[in-house]
Design a binder for this molecule. Structure first.
Ligand code: ASP
Length: 341
């Protein structure tokens, strides 16, 4: 049978095996998939599988891995109908967001999946995820980079890992699922990316220059140590900051060190994006006096974007060699429905 789908195995629980120190990535997944999916394989689209070397626990993810994935997709883009990326759940939301920005309205189906329990262990969720991902990857064009997990297809640019213990490990708190994969799968076509969203070939992303350490995250809490600001300001490799503020986008407006940080960051051409620490709702600039003036100081509005999406969008914009001014100018382009407009 000609393979319609290419599976890229990056590591993660789905392909892990128990070892002396706990679960660890293991090569040879093709054989284990064939064993575990058994006779159902005859009813599913054919696939080839490539294993990355080294396979990683996704806690070890770096932006370089996104570039490696883009290069592999570019190399095999014309040969397959769809692609499945097997990935650890810990940083799945980052990689799915990064690939959403790289590909825009993807010309090929690119679906992430993983599992909470490794393939082959009792009560594993891996078989159902693989089966659903294979069917969707070889099916009609979806346009969104997606995540197949626990009987749902979710938008890759909106994901959060919401549970380390439960089978429904992922959610898109500010967006509805793209599909419900019940006995009769229901695809919500109106929620998929539309014609107005640009498509990008993965070779464009493979040619980008992702810089480790280019983006930092700063989550506000009462009485911030000023040394945190100094460290960010002194680090020339750090070009942008995702500021996770309180509630509707509020900052400690009476904190002189914080106010100085915002001014000095602008003077040093560091881009700051404001998002909310809340799981839902995003920021509402201007709603409170405590956040007044942030926009005038060049702080960008992250709306209801997830921290992962804001982080990856900044990385993607910077990897294209943009200046701080160009990042600011391009920030508001909705690249993959990552934000409610
Ligand atoms: N630590 C694992 C990983 O992210 C967790 C998982 O895959 O569920 O690689």
């Amino acid at each position: 049978m000609t393979a319609e789908v290419l599976i890229l195995h990056t590591g993660g629980t789905i392909g892990m095996v128990p070892g002396p120190n706990g679960l660890a990535p293991a090569a040879g997944l093709q054989q284990r998939i064939e064993q575990q999916l058994g006779s159902s394989l005859a009813l599913l689209p054919g696939f080839d599988l490539l294993e990355l070397d080294p396979l990683i626990d996704s806690a070890d993810l770096t932006p370089g891995h996104w570039q490696q994935l883009a290069a592999l997709l570019a190399e095999h883009w014309d040969r397959y109908r769809g692609f499945i990326i097997l990935h650890g759940t810990d940083t799945m939301a980052y990689s799915a967001a990064a690939l959403s920005f790289m590909l825009g309205a993807s010309e090929r189906n690119v679906l992430f999946t993983g599992s909470q329990v490794p393939l082959g262990l009792p009560r594993s969720d891996a078989v159902a995820h693989l089966q659903a991902a294979l069917q969707l990857a070889a099916g009609p064009r979806l346009r969104n980079v997606g995540l197949v997990f626990n009987n749902r297809l979710l938008n890759g640019s909106r994901l959060r890992k919401v549970s380390s213990q439960q089978f429904p490990a992922f959610d898109t708190p500010n967006a509805a699922p793209l599909a419900e994969l019940n006995i009769r799968p229901q695809l919500h076509s109106a929620r998929l990316l539309g014609e107005e969203t640009a498509s990008r070939h993965p070779r464009e992303a493979a040619a980008l220059d992702f810089q480790p350490g280019a983006v930092a995250m700063l989550s506000l809490h009462p009485s911030m140590p000023a040394a945190l600001y100094d460290a960010i300001l002194a680090d020339n490799a750090c070009k942008a900051v995702v500021l996770q503020s309180f509630g509707a986008g509020n900052i400690p407006s009476r904190d002189a060190a914080f106010n100085a940080f915002i001014k000095r960051a602008a003077a040093r051409d560091k881009v700051i994006v404001n998002i909310s620490q809340c799981l839902q709702g995003g920021i509402s600039p201007g709603a409170y006096a405590a956040s007044a003036g942030l926009q005038e100081q060049g702080v960008l509005n992250g709306g209801d974007m997830t921290p992962e999406a804001a982080f990856c969008k900044l990385h993607w914009l910077l990897a294209g060699g943009r200046s701080a001014a160009a990042v600011r100018a391009d920030w508001s382009i909705n690249l993959s429905d990552e934000r409610t407009l």
